[in-house]
Design a protein around this ligand. Structure first.
Ligand SMILES: Nc1nc2c(c(=O)[nH]1)N[C@H]1C(S)=C(S)[C@@H](COP(=O)(O)OP(=O)(O)OC[C@H]3O[C@@H](n4cnc5c(=O)[nH]c(N)nc54)[C@H](O)[C@@H]3O)O[C@H]1N2
Ligand SMILES: Nc1nc2c(c(=O)[nH]1)N[C@H]1C(S)=C(S)[C@@H](COP(=O)(O)OP(=O)(O)OC[C@H]3O[C@@H](n4cnc5c(=O)[nH]c(N)nc54)[C@H](O)[C@@H]3O)O[C@H]1N2
Ligand code: SF4
Ligand SMILES: [Mo]
Length: 716
């Protein structure tokens, strides 16, 4: 009580950090309607008052000069964008959509959103595209991020349902961290793992699988620095050796799974010695990892982009889930296969059908019953939702090139900087008749080429709900004022819907009403949230984990709940379906011309395309410019010294950065952060070279593997 009144007097309000999927609770102080200070929320169970630098320095992002303050339009492709009224901007955008639909059909329109929208925005974006414009061409940057995990969870569990919670960290004895640099990308969760390790140094074992010795690997008992792209071989071999050493949970396999016989057959011959040939690891290390997993349970597995961003992304996910199922590491304290979400609301988007392949309430476009259920809920005639599969992020580029997509509407993402093969992406966007961009900042690499610019309110300036990696839904309240004429995304979407003639279906009094509409679509689904309301979320600032059906309403939300405790899954027979993971090499091949494999990823103090973190002088201090990490043995061969300027070229394009010669990376592999786009470094964007090859099932691009050549840049 005392704390609450203090909060009010000091002008401190509670919210959630808007960066990563950890979802830390923050307290925000405002002065004159602008955020002036941010602190960790001691009462929030995720972070107990701690924050990483990005969260703590959130006040630095409110730089008015850098913001998109007013609507703008361009009168021709050659013209500069000029400031205009909301009415004209919306009419220009809606007119372009109407014309495209009339002349070329609804599939000539594409909407591309983001895991950084709140769930209410996300839901409306999808409702407008799939229900009213009549196209499933609504995808999100989560395609570059979570699509492989979504596919594998659906295939195995019958639902996109990450099973464990953060509270399992304090109960796990073994951590298997695969392709995840948690120290940099999920810092507060990493702190919890580190604390668990400290509390029982001998008991707790950490295994890190990453071609680079990251800061995450510093706490590892075993760091498996495998060749990029070879995770499936390692995981099959681990399962082979675990079976041999008697580490399988036979009862669990028998009672709660199907498909084990085929998986077991596929292990044939995958001894540690054989995996060495593919992975480049030491057989003793593989055996040691197998021994730890087999005998030091419970095991919690975390993975992110090193697994997902691959042409074998779904197979890596299937193999990771198999490992948990086969060792009984699921549905019990301290255990579970957890794909971590990257963005603050990637999970909310998954719940509400933000992908070209999904519909609200964990439904699938491909399922006719699911389409009918949503049509009915939206009061639409049968057949309104198209049965044609929607265009995914990378396919969007191909359709733009072929002139099939005429209008593209981008919200809360910066694709010209974040999609691979940058020059191709930019040229494809320039071919569109109309590019509509809804962003909080300007210029970005994408607003620079927009025909219509719609200024969005950003974090703290708007309200809504978000779901973090452990299925925890939190309510964010508006605590500060948007600058200029910036508006919350949901209001922009409703205005556009009205201009398109769908005003009746998009007239909401506020966010709460939108929440209740989509909440109803979860009824009876695996992610049922019918028991959650805005008042309940306001009362439980720590958030509520799904599922939370209306029948749960009597009890207080219980923290740290995990799924599948009864061993029943969302499949017709209630069993988890194990699938044989296939072993396929990366799409790009390394040869004499392009002898290195380029991995791209992140640094701790920058967020994606830097529109926000790039404004903070303190955050900029830790890495001032983009770099290329390479092994000393490779550097010597190329005549490159530390801090030399190097050119990196792939079959797609090239970029130039500073060399960072380091033992932390395997010979033959190089690493570059992708944060620095054309606005932040001259020709320093790793996405100029990165590969757009996709996983056949998830359509997620292989951002972790491009064959490249590295050369010193000479003075001339
Ligand atoms: N500081 C910061 N934090 C962030 C973000 C950010 O931009 N900045 N973004 C957020 C988002 S959206 C996401 S998706 C997450 C991403 O979080 P992470 O996935 O942890 O980050 P990345 O750096 O993209 O890649 C992780 C690791 O994969 C390794 N890797 C590359 N290829 C392979 C491989 O074939 N196998 C294995 N096992 N590992 C491989 C790389 O060496 C790298 O260390 O971070 C979130 N958090
Ligand atoms: N090479 C390479 N490329 C990658 C990756 C990689 O590992 N390697 N990772 C991929 C992954 S996992 C991801 S998630 C993507 C991320 O890629 P993007 O989504 O393109 O990156 P962001 O910089 O986060 O873009 C968010 C945009 O939304 C704006 N914004 C912020 N708040 C709001 C708001 O409230 N409303 C609106 N309308 N706009 C807002 C920001 O100014 C910014 O322009 O990058 C992908 N690209
Ligand atoms: S760990 Fe993630 S959610 Fe927490 S403060 Fe850092 S960026 Fe924000
Ligand atoms: Mo991501």
């Amino acid at each position: 009580m005392a704390r609450r009144s203090l909060l009010r007097r000091d002008g401190w309000k509670r919210s959630i950090c808007c960066y990563c999927g950890v979802g830390c609770g923050v307290k925000v102080q405002t002065k004159n309607g602008v955020v002036s200070a941010v602190r960790g929320d001691e009462d929030h169970p995720v972070n107990r008052g701690k924050l990483c630098a990005k969260g703590a320095l959130l006040p630095d992002i409110f730089v008015e000069d850098a913001r998109l303050l007013y609507p703008h339009v361009r009168d021709s492709k050659e013209a500069e964008a000029r400031r205009t009224s909301w009415d004209e901007a919306i009419e220009r955008a809606a007119g372009a959509i109407r014309r495209a639909v009339d002349e070329h059909g609804p599939d000539s329109v594409m909407m591309y959103g983001s895991g950084q929208l709140v769930t209410e925005d996300y839901y409306l974006f999808g409702k407008l595209a799939k229900g009213y414009i009549g196209t499933n061409n609504q995808d999100t940057n989560s395609r570059l991020c979570m699509a492989s995990a979504v596919t594998a969870y659906n295939m195995t569990f019958g639902a996109d349902a990450p099973p464990a919670g953060y509270a399992d960290i304090e109960q796990a004895n073994t951590f298997l961290i695969v392709g995840a640099n948690m120290e940099a990308c999920h810092p507060i969760l990493f702190e919890r793992i580190r604390a668990r390790k400290r509390s029982a140094r001998d008991r707790v074992k950490v295994i890190v699988v990453d071609p680079r010795a990251t800061r995450t690997a510093e706490i590892a008992d075993l760091h498996l620095a495998l060749r990029p792209g070879t995770d499936v071989a390692l995981l099959q071999s681990l399962l082979f050796e675990i079976r041999l050493s008697g580490g399988l949970d036979d009862a669990y396999l028998r009672e709660h799974t199907t498909g084990w016989a085929q998986v077991e057959e596929s292990l044939e011959g995958w001894s540690a010695e054989r995996a060495v040939e593919v992975t480049g690891l030491d057989a003793r290390d593989i055996l040691e990892a197998a021994r730890i997993i087999a005998h030091n349970g419970p095991m919690l597995t975390f993975w992110t982009m090193g697994a997902n961003q691959s042409t074998s992304g779904v197979d890596k996910n299937l193999a990771l889930i198999n490992l948990s199922l086969a060792t009984g590491n699921i549905g019990k304290p301290g255990a579970g296969p957890m794909s971590l979400t990257g963005q603050p609301n990637a999970m909310g988007g998954r719940e509400q059908g933000g992908l070209a392949t999904t519909l609200p309430g964990h439904r699938l476009v491909a399922n006719p019953d699911h389409r009918a259920e949503i049509e009915q809920a939206w009061g639409l005639p049968p057949g309104s939702i198209s049965e044609r599969p929607g265009v995914t992020a990378i396919e969007m580029i191909e359709r733009l090139e072929r002139g099939e997509i005429k209008v593209v509407w981008v919200a809360a993402t910066n694709p010209v900087a974040s999609l691979p093969n940058r020059d191709r992406v930019r040229a494809a966007f320039e071919r569109a008749e109309t590019v509509i961009v809804q962003d909080a900042y300007h210029p970005t690499e994408t607003t620079q080429i927009a025909d219509v610019l719609l200024p969005a309110a950003q974090w703290s300036e708007r309200a809504g709900t978000m779901t973090n990696s452990e299925r925890r839904i939190c309510l964010l309240e508006q605590v500060s004022r948007p600058p200029g004429e910036a508006r919350p995304d949901w209001q922009i979407i409703c205005r556009m819907a009205e201009a398109l003639g769908y005003g009746d279906a998009f007239s909401y009094d506020g966010l709460e009403e939108i929440f209740y509409e989509y909440r109803e679509l979860s009824r009876g689904r695996d992610m049922d949230i019918t028991g959650i309301s805005y008042p309940l979320l306001a009362q439980h600032r720590a958030g509520i984990q799904w599922p939370y059906p209306s029948t749960a309403r009597s009890g207080p939300p219980e923290d740290g709940r995990r799924l599948f405790e009864d061993g029943r899954f969302h499949t017709p027979d209630g069993r988890a379906r194990m699938h044989v993971p296939r072993l396929t090499p990366p799409a790009d091949s390394v040869d004499d011309d392009y002898p290195f494999s380029l991995m791209t990823g992140r640094v701790k103090d920058q967020w994606h395309t830097m529109t926000r973190t790039g404004r903070s002088a303190k955050l900029m201090k830790s890495e001032r410019q983009p770099f290329l990490e390479l092994n000393p043995s490779d550097a010597v061969g190329l005549g490159i010294r530390d801090r030399d300027r190097v050119r990196v070229s792939s079959r797609r394009g090239e970029f130039e950065v500073t060399a960072r010669v380091s033992q932390a990376i395997r010979p033959g592999s190089v690493f570059a952060p992708f944060h620095w786009g054309s606005l932040w470094a001259d020709n320093g964007s790793a996405n100029a070279s990165a590969s757009e090859a996709v996983d056949a099932r998830s359509k997620q691009p292989e951002l972790k593997f491009a064959a490249v050549r590295v050369e010193p840049v000479t003075a001339d």
